[in-house]
Ligand binder design. Structure first.
Ligand code: PLP
Length: 420
């Protein structure tokens, strides 16, 4: 890759490859004629050398490919972007050979979410926002972007009639933003159905899906009609809890240009080292996700039968109200689950304070297991009434299931539940 613009392609060769091959090889082997290292190097440099004044001027104008300045493009960052193109976009590209897929990497998931919204809407426009979303996404829309003239309307995403009504009632809407599976209720939103309604009722609305919980290994929103996919790579894509980062992938050149403007002019680009860490993480995404899903399924089944557990929320369980939709939309059901103890929040607190192996911490998608209490932690900023309406009850405990041995995780839960 020599182009200083973000990659907007999936190499033809990768269209015929499986997910794991793409995760390992796409975007790698950045051109470096004198020191051809096997793994993508960290180009930890803020600026790049021009061979002469004329070349510098041509690169600046975009007439010659080349790098100028890391905020505007960096080879290590581009390697990651090309890899994600191949993961989110390869199958989509098979059915849209003429179209382009573009990924831009950001300094955080929130940088990607905010850039996606800014790329699609302007002052005076309306954003339709999922009723339960990541706390900072909600705060961004209601307490920051509102100051810049963006109006946000909340939509009950699991009710397709409500989605259609909201689209009809808000002709100035320019984007609909939601997550699936939803955090921490593990509700599923029917991406294809939402995209279909948008196209039928108001095609100028862009469908923005936060795919953080599923990752492209389990769910690819572009193939279901989404316009933009965003990720917090802090979670499964990075996978090791070592980096904060984000991604936005789109199939529209105009959206890509606006996303690039945000990076260039606001400067929320990732550091080369962070991009390198994420790139390294992606290589093992398929095998990590297989184990996350497998372990989560086993734990969900164990907890579902436990006499002290009131309910378990996991899309892989037949008891999950949207299990069939999850089966249709996702390859597997992910590594996140929530549950409520019969003893309510007091019991949950006791469990979190005594459990072994599981670390008491927010965030998710790490190789090791994490446990937390949404009502007092990740979702504390959400007003209680709204929280309860969305299903985030006071007794709910959320688990990010790691890739440890499942038997050990179940033993840790069993021992902690005995103390409750
Ligand atoms: C963590 C998270 C974000 C925000 O990402 P950061 O990397 O923390 O900025 C956005 N959406 C979802 C679903 C998340 O889990």
């Amino acid at each position: 890759m020599e182009d200083s613009k973000s990659p907007d392609f999936v190499e033809q060769f990768f269209l015929d490859c499986g997910f794991a091959t793409r995760a390992l090889h796409a975007g790698e082997h950045v051109k470096q004629p004198h020191t051809p290292s096997h793994t993508t190097p960290i180009y930890q440099s803020s600026t790049f050398i021009f061979q002469n004044a004329e070349e510098g001027a041509r690169i600046f104008k975009g007439e010659t490919p080349g790098y100028v300045y890391t905020r505007m493009g960096n080879p290590t960052v581009h390697a990651l972007e090309a890899k994600i193109n191949a993961l989110e976009g390869a199958n989509w590209k098979m059915t849209h050979p003429e179209a382009r897929v573009s990924t831009l990497a950001f300094s955080s998931g929130m940088a990607a979410v905010s850039a996606a919204i800014m790329a699609c809407a302007s002052a005076g426009d309306t954003i339709l926002l999922g009723d339960v979303v990541y706390g900072a996404t909600e705060h961004l829309c209601f307490h920051l972007l509102d100051r810049f003239g963006l109006n946000t309307v909340e939509v009950r995403m699991s009710d397709l009639a409500a989605v259609e009504a909201a689209i009809r009632a808000n002709p100035k809407a320019k984007a609909i933003v939601f997550e699936t599976p939803v955090n921490p209720t593990l509700e599923i939103v029917d991406i294809a159905a939402v995209a279909r309604i948008v196209k039928a009722v108001n095609p100028s609305i862009r469908v923005i899906v936060d795919n953080t919980f599923a990752t492209p290994y389990l769910q690819r929103p572009l193939e279901m009609g989404a316009d933009v996919v965003v990720h917090s790579t802090t979670k499964y894509i990075g996978g090791h809890g070592a980096v904060v980062g984000g991604l936005a992938t789109t199939v529209h050149d105009d959206v890509k240009d606006e996303l690039y403007k945000v990076i260039k002019d606001i400067g929320n680009s990732p550091s080369p080292f962070d991009a390198w860490l994420v790139n390294m993480g992606v290589k093992t995404l398929p095998i990590r996700m297989d184990k996350h899903c497998d372990n989560a399924m086993k734990i969900a089944r164990y907890l579902e039968k436990h006499p002290k557990v009131a309910r378990v929320l996991y899309p892989g369980l037949e008891s999950h109200p949207q299990h069939q939709l999850a089966k249709r939309q996702m390859a597997q059901f992910g590594g996140m689950l929530s549950f409520e103890l019969k003893g309510g929040i007091e019991a949950g607190r006791k469990l979190m304070n005594s459990i072994k192996i599981f670390t008491l911490a927010v965030s998710l998608g790490c190789v090791d297991s994490l446990i937390q209490h949404p009502a007092s932690m990740t979702h504390a900023a959400v007003p209680q009434e709204k929280r309860l309406k969305g299903g985030v009850t006071d007794g709910l405990v959320r688990v990010s299931v790691g890739i440890e041995d499942a038997d050990d995780l179940i033993r840790a839960l069993r021992d902690a539940l005995e103390l409750v």
